[in-house]
Design a protein around this ligand. Structure first.
Ligand SMILES: [Mg+2]
Length: 216
């Protein structure tokens, strides 16, 4: 069995890391501006927002006057130090891997940033593959990135995708002909995204479903 799994807000709590960095950066600049923090988080849009807008919001919230390129680099890199896996994820991955499941991360982002997150979260030795949009040249939901992650699978081998993003992870996998488990984090399935996939609230619950599939 091969498991394809998203990184940000699936394996690692990227939003918690970014939120913590935003708070400490705004307060460290002398600001105590909850509106500025809220505007920054809104501009970030869980990592999907335009980075230029995030830099603008960072300036507004902190009064920082560095060049755009420097602030953009801070936005991209500093929260990576705070990246952690969700509780129980490392142990669950280890058990699956010991049971013979091939595990590959499929993530949109740059090699530098995503590989730093993987290392920081302690995932390096737990993955058989790392498939990143910058390195493959196509991003989720493009089915070609899923095809790249499926390279080398044997005939009849089961393949599953787990992710938190309805469009990138679930519809992308669906278009590539793969079954997906959606990690909802308590959200509702968007009504304009077709049939609701297998849904769980947490990544550890998704990994338990995979373990049950694998051993059944
Ligand atoms: Mg994600």
């Amino acid at each position: 069995m091969r498991l394809l799994i998203d990184l940000d807000n699936t394996l690692v709590d990227r939003d918690a890391a970014f939120r913590a960095w935003v708070r400490s950066t705004v307060r460290g600049s002398g600001g105590d501006d909850d509106d500025g923090i809220a505007a920054l988080l809104a501009a970030d849009d869980h990592g999907y927002g335009d980075r230029a807008e995030v830099v603008r919001a960072l300036r507004d919230a902190t009064g920082l006057t560095d060049e755009d390129a420097i602030l953009r680099d801070r936005v991209m890199t500093e929260h990576v130090e705070l990246i952690r896996c969700y509780p129980g994820v490392v142990e669950a991955l280890r058990r699956l891997r010991e049971g013979g499941v091939h595990i590959a991360v499929v993530s949109n982002g740059t090699g530098r940033q995503q590989r730093a997150k993987i290392a920081r979260a302690g995932l390096t030795g737990l993955l058989d593959g790392i498939v990143l949009s910058e390195e493959v040249g196509v991003a989720k939901p493009d089915p070609r990135i899923f095809a790249a992650a499926c390279a080398g699978t044997e005939d009849g081998e089961q393949i599953w995708m787990i992710g938190d993003n309805p469009r990138a992870d679930v519809l992308g996998a669906r278009d590539a002909g793969l079954p997906a488990i959606w990690v909802s984090h308590g959200r509702g399935w968007p009504s304009d995204h077709g049939a609701r996939p297998t849904t769980v609230e947490s990544t550890t619950a998704a990994l338990e479903l995979i373990a049950a599939q694998f051993t059944s």
